[in-house]
Write a protein that binds this ligand. Structure first.
Ligand code: GUN
Length: 279
């Protein structure tokens, strides 16, 4: 059976280290989190972020806005938070309601407070390797691999999914770690064959149990970014865990794998924002 890449355990270690640093250096730090509309999954994520802040001594300010909020109202709030010296990080939970231009909102967040690293300036910095903030989920994946002694340099990595939040930046960080990277997506021909090339396979498409055992090379390391709910209510990833875990050498579970790591990196970025902005 595969080794379980325990993101919950590692995230808890990262948060303990951050808490110790915040206490020791008496760091004052605040994250503003904006949620528009009552998407239940988004509300759970936002609550998780708020709890992480409380746990390690980061202040949080929550803005829960109704789904009818206009784009200009949201822009006005982002601008106010940009100008507020007591706010270090700004996170607008995605997705936003369809009537709001997501890109316009992301572009309005001050790059120095953009703890998600979604602003084009920060995305560009990730491309060049000269970054202020690492994208939370991709950086969480890299840390999960490194801390579990998975060698990345020289390995064949296949990233399934090309989203701006996970797939594309994850590919970039793997490249910076000297992996050979393939990005597969909905137009990829013979996905199973491409996936079978992977020493490290990252599944980030949002399709329940898409990656089955026949798509995995024996001994591969599997990172499952998906969070999907089956009709029976069960939470599953993008990987068919019961069958793939019999073939893989290591696998991240859902829940308890990448999710907690994403949140831990967000806390790291918020602390980074405060040291960057308040020096
Ligand atoms: N929605 C899903 N993942 C994320 C994330 O990492 N950041 C934000 N802001 N919204 C998300």
């Amino acid at each position: 059976m595969a080794k379980i890449l325990d993101g919950k355990l590692l995230a808890s270690k990262i948060k303990t280290d951050l808490k110790t640093r915040i206490e020791k250096e008496k760091i004052s730090c605040c994250l503003a989190v904006i949620l528009v509309g009552g998407n239940p999954a988004s509300r759970i994520y936002v609550n998780g972020k708020k709890n992480d802040c409380a746990e390690i001594g980061i202040k949080s300010r929550e803005f829960e806005l109704p789904s009818k909020t206009t784009e200009s109202e949201l822009l006005a709030l982002v601008e106010a938070l940009n100008a507020d010296d007591n706010v270090d990080g700004i996170l607008v939970q995605l997705p936003l309601p369809a009537h709001i231009d997501q890109e316009a909102i992301i572009n309005a967040i001050s790059p120095s407070k953009d703890v998600d690293a979604f602003h084009p300036i920060n995305v560009g910095k990730i491309m060049t390797g000269n970054y202020t903030f690492l994208p939370c989920t991709p950086a969480g994946i890299i840390e999960l691999l490194i801390e579990n002694d998975v060698q990345i340099a020289g390995k064949e990595c296949v990233v399934v999914g090309r989203s701006n939040i996970v797939g594309k930046p994850a590919a970039m960080l793997l490249l910076q770690q000297n992996a050979t990277v393939t990005i597969a997506h909905s137009h990829t021909r013979n996905l199973a064959e491409v996936c079978r090339r992977a020493d490290i396979l990252i599944a980030a498409v949002g399709k329940a149990e898409l990656i089955t055992a026949d798509m995995v090379k024996k001994g591969a390391v599997i990172i499952d970014v998906g969070v999907n709910r089956l009709p029976n209510g069960q939470l599953v990833g993008d990987v068919a865990y019961p069958e793939v875990s019999k073939i893989a050498s290591a696998i991240s579970p859902v829940p308890g794998g990448v999710g907690p790591m994403t949140r831990a990196i967000l806390m790291k970025n918020t602390l980074q924002a405060s040291t960057y902005n308040r020096k």
